[in-house]
Design a protein around this ligand. Structure first.
Ligand code: PLP
Length: 284
């Protein structure tokens, strides 16, 4: 299995990450995940733009241009023969010796980039059946717009949901729903689709942008407006969106059924619109 390490494609076993890498010591880094279908990237520009934007927000300098990165990623999925799968990329602030909270001079300490691929087919059965979620207080920081590798708040929330037998955690700040632990969250009430607006409290999901676009083009009523846990519990349909899950129905929340406890017709429509958009970019 080949991976990207800084500017090169190498065997995974050749990669050497220093134990004093700031990613390891401080979670001082960012990441992104992009998906390929039929051996072609879907929304690659959007993911690369977000990686660069996350980097800029923390004054992190990438070792290449956007074009160079896209070429490297394209080569990686080719050499690893990725027909359908996920590509994880991560950038850290490199090795700061001695350990010190202050950012080191990027001229002296280069950032460290890695990327790996995993073959993951679409989970159609789960997309038909839906998943269950539990509501958990959002105890993360106030810059959730940065795709930081510092994910303790997210993983602790997901663990809470898992302990109760759920698949995802729906996060809320004082009763206002923000997003899920690793996805954006949406509800449908009286045929209007709602999701939290972008800002510092949620990640600007690439899947969210794509779903907003296809939904609006299809003439569906969409509002980027925050809603509460109370609204959520009275919703007709609820779903989560992410690169790896696409539009995933949430059919049970805190053990209670959403609507009929089955995937609803609006989510099903959005799933199809998303698949159409994928096929338009990546072929059938
Ligand atoms: N929100 C959080 C906290 C996430 O971790 C993710 C994906 O990893 C998303 C939203 C969805 O983002 P995207 O659609 O770009 O995958």
């Amino acid at each position: 299995m080949k991976v990207i390490w800084n500017n090169e494609i190498v065997e995974r076993s050749e990669v050497k990450i220093d134990m004093e890498d700031r990613g390891y010591q401080f979670a001082d880094g960012i990441y992104d995940v992009v998906r390929a279908y039929n051996g072609e990237f879907f929304t690659l520009n959007e993911h690369v733009d977000r990686l660069f934007s996350s980097a800029e927000k923390i004054d992190l300098v990438l070792p290449f241009t956007k074009e160079e990165l896209k070429q490297l990623l394209t080569k990686l999925i080719e050499v690893n023969n990725i027909d359908i799968g996920n590509i994880y990329m991560q950038l850290t602030r490199g090795i700061g010796i001695p350990r010190n909270h202050s950012y080191p001079d990027p001229e002296l300490v280069p950032s460290v980039f890695t990327a790996t691929t995993t073959i993951v087919p679409r989970d159609q059965e789960k997309m038909d059946r839906g998943m269950s979620a539990f509501t958990v207080p959002d105890m993360r920081w106030l810059r959730c717009d940065i795709k930081s590798i510092s994910l303790l708040g997210n993983i602790m929330a997901k663990h809470e949901a898992h302990k109760k037998g759920g698949d995802e955690a729906i996060l809320h700040r004082d009763g206002v729903v923000t997003e899920c632990s690793s996805s954006n969250v949406w509800m449908i009430k009286d045929n209007t689709i709602y999701t939290h607006p972008d800002g510092n409290l949620v990640l600007p999901g690439v899947t969210k942008i794509m779903l907003l676009k296809v939904a609006r083009e299809a003439g569906l009523s969409v509002k980027e407006e925050a809603f509460t846990i109370e609204d959520l519990k009275k919703a007709d349909e609820v779903f989560a969106s992410s690169t790896t899950m696409e539009a995933m129905p949430i059919t049970f929340i805190d053990g209670n059924p959403v609507g009929q406890g089955k995937r609803g017709s609006v989510v099903e429509r959005l799933q199809q619109l998303y698949v159409d958009a994928v096929e338009e970019q990546c072929g059938k």
